[in-house]
Design a protein around this ligand. Structure first.
Ligand code: FES
Ligand code: FES
Length: 164
């Protein structure tokens, strides 16, 4: 079957999608968007997290056919051509929160969503929001640092915009 939808703000279509194929497979193997990672394919690790109509989902658990006429935003879509990396992406780099990087795309999408909903999350808010994202490398402390850093930077850039 053919699936037509919006990926990162652009209309895309994938042909020969088989019944039961996952959104994750379609993004990575058919549409040249390999940012979302396949670490478990069972909804357990969060490394495949993308936005679907504005809400984070595990793309390994979503059938490709379910996204017909919908909006998907992947980790590639967090950066923008004009401004470069999203502040969340930059904070993960600056805080040293990326080691092998397999968990990183999902953490970035989930953190981006958290800070949209709650710009100044407490540590327990962060832990809860990221509880479905597993990392085997960092021990999570650098990830916590990265989320705090992204939050602080976003808040200070918002307040300087307001005062201008
Ligand atoms: S690959 Fe989808 S949750 Fe692990
Ligand atoms: S950086 Fe390797 S799994 Fe998180």
């Amino acid at each position: 079957m053919r699936v037509t939808f919006n990926a990162n703000g652009r209309p895309v279509e994938a042909d020969d999608v088989w019944e039961g194929e996952s959104l994750l497979f379609m993004l990575r193997e058919r549409l040249g968007l390999p940012g979302s990672k396949n670490a478990c394919e069972q909804g357990e690790c969060g490394s495949c997290t993308v936005y679907l109509d504005g809400s984070p989902v595990c793309s390994c658990l979503v059938a490709a056919g379910q996204v017909q006429d919908r909006e998907v935003r992947t980790v590639e879509g967090l950066a923008d051509d004009e401004n470069g990396l999203d502040p969340v992406q930059q904070a993960f780099i600056d805080a040293g929160a990326v080691q092998c990087g397999f968990c990183t795309p999902g953490l970035l999408v989930q953190t981006h969503d958290l800070l949209e909903r709650e710009p100044q999350p407490s540590d327990s808010d962060i832990r809860e929001a990221l509880s479905g994202n597993l990392c085997r490398c960092t021990g999570y402390e650098k990830i916590m640092d990265a989320v705090r850093l992204a939050s602080a930077r976003k808040c200070s850039s918002n307040s300087s915009e307001v005062s201008q």
